[in-house]
Design a protein around this ligand. Sequence first.
Ligand code: SAH
Length: 341
Amino acid sequence: MNLKSLTLEELTQLLKDRNQPAFRAKQVFTWLHKGVRTYEEMTNLPKDLREALAEEYPICPPEAVRRQESRRDGTIKYLWRLSDGNCVETVLMRYRYGNTVCISTEVGCRMGCAFCASTLGGLVRRLEPFEMLDQVLFTQVDSGFPVSHIVLMGIGEPLDNFDNVMRFLELVNSPAGMNISMRHISLSTCGLVPKIHELAERKLQLTLSISLHAPNDAVRDRIMPVNRAYPMEALLSACRRYYQATGRRISFEYAMIRDVNDSQADAKELLRRLKGLPAHFNLIPLNHVEESPLKPSTRAAVAAFQKTLEEGGVPATVRRTLGGDIDASCGQLRRKYQEGN
Ligand code: SAH
C-alpha cells in the first residue's frame, strides 16, 4: 500500500489509529503531494514518526530513465521507471493557457487500435492512483514548470482502469494537494460505453474526449476493435447522455488517416450523425507508427475536412503537433526503450 493513494480522510484515519493528531495527516498529505522523495524531507514531523512511516510505507518515487526536450516547442517527454521495473511515458506541453501534463493510465493497453503504438504489446498492468499522481508531481518537480492542466491521453485506456482513475482525479483535485480544477482535466476514451454512462453519473466537470476516428461502423470496426462491442450509435447516445448530465460539450479526437477516414463524404456523414450534440473536433494528422501501414492524410485533405465540419456548424481545430522530434506521441518512446534503441 502506498500512502499517496489515500485521500486526506483515509490518511487521517490511518494516522489516528497510530495515535497521531489530525494535523499530522494534513502535514504528511501536503508533503507527499509536493513530490518529496523521502520522509526525511518532512522536516516538521517528529523523527520517530518519519522513520516508522519510511519503514512501513516506502514512497517509491518513479525514476526518470529518459528525458527528452523538444528544441522546437519546449515539450518535454519523460519515461518513468516504476518501482516494479515497468515504464510509462508522460509529456509536458507548454500552452499559452498553462502547462499541461499528459499522463499514462496503464502499462500498455488492451484496446487494440490499429494505428496506436501503445497497444502493440497488450496490457501489462493497470496503474495505481499514486502512480498517476506521481507522473504529475514529478514532472512538475523535475521540469520546474507549475502544472495547471492534465490530460489523460497517454498510454492506456482510462475507463478500463475506472476505479483507480476516479481516485486519482479526487486526489489531484484535492485542495490540500495539487488542487487542479476538474475543468482543467480531460479524459480521453476509445469508447467503453457502459463506463461513459457510469462517468456521467458522477457529474464531474471534466472534459470528456472521445477518440472517434471514423464516421461510421464500417470504418470504425476496421481500425478500432472496441467498436465491435460498442458500435457508434451506442457511443454517440452515451455522449448525449454525458452532455445532459454534465452540461459539458464533448470533445472528439479524429486522427486523419489517408484514404481511410478523410474524404468529404466522411465529413458530411459525421455532421449528420452528430446533429444536436454540442461538440468540438480535434483533427490530428496521424502520427506514423513504424509497425503500421496506415498513413497520415495530406494537409489539403485535413484542411478540407475542417472546412466542411466548420461550415456544418461543428467547431474543428487542427491539433498542433508538439514534440514531433522526440517521439512524443502514442507510446513510441516506451517501445523504443523496450527494444533497446
Ligand atoms: N485510450 C484512450 C487514451 C489514449 S489517448 C483513448 O483511446 O482515447 C491517445 C490519443 O491518441 C487517442 O485519441 C488515440 O486514438 C490517439 N492516437 C493513438 N495513436 C495515434 C497515432 N498514431 N496518430 C494519431 N493519434 C493517435
